[in-house]
Design a protein around this ligand. Sequence first.
Ligand SMILES: Cc1ncc(COP(=O)(O)O)c(C=O)c1O
Length: 332
Amino acid sequence: MRQAIANAVVGDEQKREDPTVLELERRAAELLGQEEAVFLPTATMANEIALRIQTEPGDVLIAEEHSHVFIAEQGGPAVHAGLFTRPLPGYGGRITPEQIRAAMTDPRSGHEPRTRLVALENTHNSSGGRVWSLDEIDAVIAVVRELDLRGHLDGARLLNAARALGVPAAEIGRRFDTVTLCLSKGLGCPLGALVAGSAELMVKARRAKHLFGGAMRQAGIVAAAGVYALDNHVERLADDHARARRLAEGLSAAGIAIDLDAVETNFVQIDVAPFGLTKAEALERLKQEGVGLSGTVHATKLRAVTHLDVSNEDIERAVELIPRALGVLVRA
Ligand SMILES: Cc1ncc(COP(=O)(O)O)c(C=O)c1O
């Protein structure tokens, strides 16, 4: 990837003269099952642009309550698009068509805000990298269309979802009006994301990109990493999933209660409540043992993530070190 970055052919991206950015956008549009894609610095910006270009201030955005757009974008939907947010309680990060129907405002009302957009997240970060099946997506999108709403997919980890479902990413992406893909997660790029949609919507996305201060110059330097990742880091996501499974099974065998059915992609969630530890205490103990996990939005749950810098040996070490750090062997 460093070599690809060094060799990148570049031009002025703001003028759409950077051939590497154009190539990445072309590849991403095809990958995501959409007409066009726009290269952006981050997936947060990609989500926020997607919300802004499909709504008007005062419109209602429906999403699962622990979606990234609600819990981790600093209230961006309100700040950047003036949206009124309607968080719905989910099951494994998913919401149902019935919930959307029940949350729907009256489009003919002179008083109620207009419900406009439903945003789904696949895989869903805070539920532990859980996957929406195609049937579940279809059921929600059918209601979105019936109610004349728009559908956005926060597909920051869409390629993990596609891998878990065994379908091309385009099969998932094409069902939505807009799709976000992040390059700096499992794909291993230093930065970068894309938003994709119809050619008409992407004209608006390019304008919003400039407005948000995201229009760049010789951005091919980083887009080259994205092209490299699409060529070399997609198939290997299966390794991350297999390692997460091995980690979950190893920890489970060592006496840590893990919901194995919830381990569908590259995350393993660990509840530290049974060890009488707070998240901060557990993270500190893990750090002392040399294991880097992160917190989650949940009161007592930590998150382990497998990615291209985590090897089989690292997983075996983690299976030894995590129970020790959490005091499992002492209690056994
Ligand atoms: C589901 C989801 N969407 C969007 C983002 C934002 O990504 P970025 O850090 O590129 O802004 C994240 C980051 O963790 C995420 O998990």
